[in-house]
Design a protein around this ligand. Structure first.
Ligand code: PLP
Length: 479
């Protein structure tokens, strides 16, 4: 049970206690709440966790070491950690309809590493690896280690390219995933911006990956996981889906049937803090045959579990099982579509022309800007977004030509269709009034921009007035 008084009292008391030791930290925490309240947050990967989720993270569970997993701990005295880990896993299994859930990964990247190691351990016929799994690591000879590295290093991964919207950990060369695996990327159709399943099928047939990865950080459309699984099956690949971005839409039953990865993938990874609205963290969901390897995530891949974060995951997953969450998930998509339509109506170019998930990708070429210039001009006007590569981006991954926007956070705050149209207008105003700037030596710059302060002030003021109607954490009063 929560009430205005309980939540305000809890946060005020916590800040008082912290303030007595290090006022700088207490002040920064309070300032962060003020900043979040004041900003129009369109970062597609962020959200606002509930007071219950936030409070579940700050307590004594944090003090406990619990390497291993339930029933197989390397430390004594883990009964309360077992309780929260089991609660998180049970909620996750039931919410997503997954046979097995592993709630320990500290982040989305960690969840992907756990999954990759589990797949390798399950699929690769390396005698040295089998011995390592049998915990006879000390018996491995130099030759065994050489063989292990060679066998693991020869495995192939096919994942979505970074500029098409994939994540670094889906086999991007400089990332550990692109070094662990012999990697190849699939992109999107240059005309439609959509995944071309026929082209992907051909690439898979030719490349024969051990792992086919689906999922994205910046692809504004649904993915047909049934077709992806058929492609994986045709070449004997393990099919992994990273649903870090859209887990909330799966939990909220907006993505069902072919668009729900759980029944189609061998293994699914996620973060818990984006559309799922939980604490920072990750999770792995998998079919029974991979469960044992996944449960070895700690200590094979991960450091000791974070029991306080698993507690907060359990709270967030309990919240996501509430019927209200389905309404929330649907509103995320309705809002994203309204925002996208508002932008397109004003002549803004979107990658794929729109969205059917929680995010949209603005192509800022038409405004003569780089993503970086656009991002900074929007920020100066009180609109928080992030620059992002677009397919075949001529400006590379640093300056980029895109702006990614998403609606999970503003939907939590209560903003609806009417506000989305107003926000589309604000974004269009800023982008159309910003001009590229020059460097100190007078040469064209990809970072500098020129925007009349009167415009940024007006947009900022309008954004503040809009947000005032939708208070963030209305039950929390720190004054
Ligand atoms: N996977 C995808 C698809 C993501 O978008 C992200 C984060 O942006 C991650 C994994 C990594 O998550 P984390 O930052 O929690 O490691």
């Amino acid at each position: 049970m929560s009430s205005f008084n309980a939540e305000s009292t809890a946060f005020r008391a916590a800040l008082d206690v912290i303030h007595a030791v290090e006022p700088g930290v207490a002040d920064a925490i309070a300032a962060e709440l003020a900043d979040q309240r004041a900003s129009l947050k369109l970062i597609a990967s962020e959200n606002y966790a509930s007071p219950a989720v936030l409070l579940a993270m700050g307590n004594w569970l944090s003090d406990k070491y619990a390497e291993g997993t339930i029933g197989r701990r390397f430390y004594a005295g883990c009964r309360n950690v077992d309780t929260v880990e089991a609660l998180a896993a049970t909620h996750a299994r039931e919410l997503f309809g997954a046979p097995h859930a592993y709630a320990q990964p500290h982040s989305g990247i960690d969840a992907n590493l756990v999954a990759y190691w589990a797949i390798l351990a399950d699929r690769v016929e390396a005698p040295a690896l089998k011995r390592a799994q049998a915990r006879q690591v000390n018996d491995l000879t130099e030759k065994d280690w050489f063989e292990l590295r060679r066998e693991l290093g020869n495995q192939r991964m096919l994942g979505m390219s970074l500029d098409a919207g994939g994540h670094l950990t889906h086999g991007f060369r400089p990332n550990i995933s692109g070094k662990m695996f012999d990697q190849r990327s699939y992109g999107t159709d240059p005309t439609t911006g959509l995944i071309d399943y026929d082209a992907l099928r051909e690439t898979a047939r030719e490349f024969k990956p051990l792992v086919l990865v689906a999922g994205y950080s910046a692809y504004p459309r649904k993915i047909n996981f049934r077709i992806m699984r058929e492609i994986a099956d045709a070449v004997g690949a393990t099919f992994m889906v990273d649903m870090a971005h859209f887990a909330g839409l799966v939990a909220g039953k907006v993505f069902t049937g072919d668009f729900n990865p759980i029944p189609h993938a061998h293994i699914v990874t996620t973060t818990t803090h984006k559309s799922l609205r939980g604490p920072r963290g990750g999770m792995v969901l998998c079919q029974p045959e991979l469960a044992d390897q996944v449960d070895r995530g700690c200590p094979m891949v991960l450091g000791g579990p974070l029991p306080h974060i698993m507690a907060a995951k359990a709270v967030a997953l309990a919240e996501a099982r509430h019927p209200d969450f389905q309404d929330y998930a649907q509103r995320i998509v309705d809002n994203a579509q309204a925002l996208a339509e508002g932008l397109v109506r004003r002549g803004v170019t979107l990658v794929t022309g729109g969205t059917d998930n929680h995010l949209a990708l603005i192509d800022v070429h038409g405004f003569g800007l780089t993503g970086r210039q656009a991002e900074q001009a929007l920020l100066e006007s009180g609109i928080v977004t992030n620059r992002n590569s677009i397919p075949q981006d001529p400006n590379g991954a640093w300056y980029t030509s895109g702006i990614r926007i998403g609606t999970p956070a503003l939907t939590t705050r209560g903003l609806g269709l009417e506000q989305m149209d107003e926000i589309a207008d604000l974004i269009h105003t800023v982008l159309s009034q910003t001009r590229p700037g020059t460097s100190a030596d007078g040469t064209p710059s990809k970072a500098q921009y020129v925007l009349d302060p009167a415009v940024s002030d007006r947009v900022s003021k309008q954004a503040t007035e809009m947000l005032a109607v939708f208070p963030l954490y209305p039950t929390v009063d720190l004054d």
